[in-house]
Design a protein around this ligand. Sequence first.
Ligand code: HEC
Ligand code: HEC
Ligand code: HEC
Length: 114
Amino acid sequence: MKIFTVVICSVMLIAAFALAENVQNNGESMMTINGGSRGEVPFPHEKHQQVLGDCNHCHNIFPQEAGAIEKLNADGTLSSKQVMNQCKGCHKTLKDAGKTTGPTKCGDCHIRKD
Ligand code: HEC
Ligand code: HEC
Ligand code: HEC
């Protein structure tokens, strides 16, 4: 009886850890940016914060608020693809310099809708 309880508890503990790790990898650290007709853009925000250090590589054109890009796109403060061109521009500059960088092709940023 005692052994049985220990086994059940261990299994539950392992399941709980597996679940927590899954949330860490797929949930919390990945943002999703609305990419319009071309499909949404998964964006690792934390990774950029760590690698780039300076927040103003991006937040020079939109504030540090959820939904800021869509709001500024809607009222015309940001022009179409302005944020996208900032993302792509940095990735391309680093690529040309032979440094570790992010995607520069449409399909490597956007996930096409079905
Ligand atoms: C490579 C680009 C980039 C860099 C660098 C960056 N951010 Fe962001 N940040 C974004 C994007 C994109 C969003 C989403 C905006 C939206 O929802 O419209 C965002 C949203 C946010 C938000 C609101 C959403 C949330 O997570 O609560 C905060 C706060 C934020 N950033 C803080 C920071 C800080 C602090 C730094 C610097 C340490 C930083 N960001 C660096 C691109 C960046
Ligand atoms: C580095 C990542 C990245 C790459 C590469 C990229 N995009 Fe984007 N794209 C984004 C982001 C982020 C947005 C949303 C922010 C914005 O509109 O500026 C976006 C927005 C868009 C939009 C919506 C614009 C609007 O105003 O409705 C279209 C359409 C689009 N992209 C098409 C493309 C095409 C076509 C390519 C390839 C030639 C491409 N994108 C390459 C990240 C990327
Ligand atoms: C100022 C430079 C800069 C800007 C702006 C920038 N990135 Fe990046 N991005 C990087 C660098 C550097 C890496 C490589 C990070 C690494 O793997 O060490 C990267 C990596 C990535 C990756 C791949 C991450 C991985 O785990 O392989 C994606 C996706 C990405 N960026 C999307 C975006 C999007 C979307 C935006 C705009 C909202 C953006 N980036 C803006 C510099 C930038």
